[in-house]
Design a protein around this ligand. Structure first.
Ligand SMILES: [Zn+2]
Ligand SMILES: [Zn+2]
Length: 294
């Protein structure tokens, strides 16, 4: 079993938006205004990821809120000719020169610069499994990109995620806004990170270890994982789905009963992976990272 359970770690949960644009690229708000909006909304972490440049933002941090410098780089073409977008977080300004014609080279450059990289919005980018297989230095994908969802309905990439998980990849999944406008595309996708403290170092360490989950609304309160079973506790839900490899897994629906606040799944040991989706009464979801068989 491979799963470093964030709920078993010491520390606190921090709410983060890890993909955001400002007036330093094609966003409508300045970095300072962006930080004010997210801090007032109760977020603890904001990564500013302008296109093809690293926007300095550390000075926008406060005692209860940190800004981390990032970037979004166009990086080559998929099998259908669409453009990969790669996000890098906690990177120096020099990484802006790392735009390449292949996502692997960009991911490598981000890693060499000390950052963490992932593939943005697979559905929006028209990526398929073949485009995503075998990437190294890749934390994973964005399972919810709220801007892509409300702009053209292609922000949720859970099928893309399953397509690569069932083929053996160990990608994790992030929730982000990718907001460009003034409020319209904010607060619909976020990542909850369990870290020892609210510092850049602790947040980045937690991301690297997979101590997080993605959400468009619902919250996961606890996960218990053993070789025999997976139990989840969560905010009120209409359904709790245990998503697994092949035709395994199970969905538990509230039907005519009060909302669910937890569920338990008995593992059979050959699911390849099991990940949890919490679906609330309005259809919004939270996505745990996968528990891999091996
Ligand atoms: Zn993008
Ligand atoms: Zn973006």
């Amino acid at each position: 079993m491979i799963f470093d359970n964030p709920f078993a770690q010491a520390g606190n949960w921090y709410k983060a938006n890890l993909h955001a644009h400002t007036t330093e690229s094609d966003g409508k708000l300045t970095p300072a205004d962006k930080a004010i909006h997210y801090r007032r909304q109760g977020y603890h972490v904001l990564a500013i990821t302008d296109h093809n440049r690293v926007t300095p933002c550390r000075e926008l941090s406060a005692s209860d809120f940190i800004c981390i410098e990032g970037i979004e780089l166009g990086s080559g073409r998929s099998g259908t000719g669409s453009t990969f977008h790669v996000v890098g977080m906690d990177v120096p300004t020099s990484v802006a020169d790392a735009a390449t014609d292949h996502p692997q080279a960009t991911l490598d450059a981000i890693a060499e610069a000390g950052g963490v990289g992932w593939i943005a919005h697979p559905y929006w980018s028209c990526l398929v499994a073949q485009d995503l297989l075998g990437l190294k230095n890749c934390l994973g994908i964005e399972v919810i990109n709220y801007g892509c969802e409300i702009e053209i309905g292609k922000g949720i990439s859970s099928i893309h995620w399953d397509d690569v998980l069932v083929r053996g990849e160990k990608y994790l999944a992030l929730g982000v806004d990718d907001g460009h406008r003034c409020g319209w595309d904010f607060y619909g996708g976020f990542t909850m990170i369990k870290a020892e403290e609210l510092s850049r170092e602790a947040i980045m360490a937690a991301l690297r270890k997979g101590h997080f989950y993605a959400s468009a609304g619902p919250l996961i309160h606890d996960l218990q994982v053993t070789d025999e079973a997976i139990s989840v506790e969560c905010s009120p839900a209409a359904a709790i789905n245990f998503m697994a490899g092949d035709q395994r897994g199970w969905c538990i629906q509230k039907e005519n009963r009060p909302p669910l606040t937890g569920a338990r799944y008995l593992r059979n040991g050959n699911e390849k992976y099991v990940r949890i989706e919490v679906v609330d009464e309005t259809g919004l979801r939270a996505w745990s990272n996968p528990v891999f068989d091996a």
